[in-house]
Design a protein. Structure first.
Length: 180
């Protein structure tokens, strides 16, 4: 069970990375792209009318969702709180429904695929699947919690490194930015 929850946290970190990269592109790269640039592939998706809720990029909501999942996963691993476990499933269930809708928009409406969006969708589905497996096996409370002193330093390092990687990725992604 503890390995499954550790995998849950790792997959949430992967989703956080994909969402953080997309959020960074929205905030720091898109304003530099000339309007004359051809938006294809990922840019077609993230610049579409479906890429925002008002003026807020959906990627930012995804990044927040994954930070919450990482935090709840760390709490789950270090406390084995059954109430927390009960609330996680409906939260990720909503995430699965939202991800399925976003995949439909990419494939059915926009006609382009954003690989980072697909990584996020995969991550959400995987989180939900892990929770179902743990629930099917009787719940995580069956095994002792992992010491918070072991959980939280690893979580903080993973989130920090992925944030650095997300910012660095702006310098290597093939974005149509003059001089890039």
């Amino acid at each position: 069970m503890n390995k499954l929850i550790g995998t849950f946290i790792g997959i949430a970190v992967l989703g956080w990375l994909a969402s953080a990269i997309l959020t960074a592109v929205h905030f720091w790269a898109l304003p530099l792209i000339p309007e004359s640039a051809q938006a294809g592939g990922s840019l077609s998706v993230i610049t579409s009318e479906y890429g925002y809720l008002g003026a807020i990029p959906l990627a930012l909501f995804g990044a927040i969702y994954y930070i919450v999942m990482i935090t709840l996963g760390g709490l789950w691993l270090s406390t084995k709180n059954e109430t927390l476990e009960r609330y996680l499933l409906p939260i990720t269930g909503v995430g699965v429904v939202a991800s399925a809708g976003f995949v439909y928009l990419q494939l059915g409406i926009i006609g382009a695929v954003c690989p980072f969006c697909m990584i996020s969708a995969f991550s959400t589905f995987a989180l939900f699947a892990i929770e179902l497996v743990i629930k099917y096996r009787g719940g995580a409370h069956q095994v002792p919690p992992v010491s918070a002193a072991k959980v939280w330093p690893s979580v903080v390092i993973a989130v920090t490194l992925t944030a650095i990687i997300a910012m660095w990725s702006l310098s290597v992604l093939p974005l149509p930015i003059p001089g890039a």
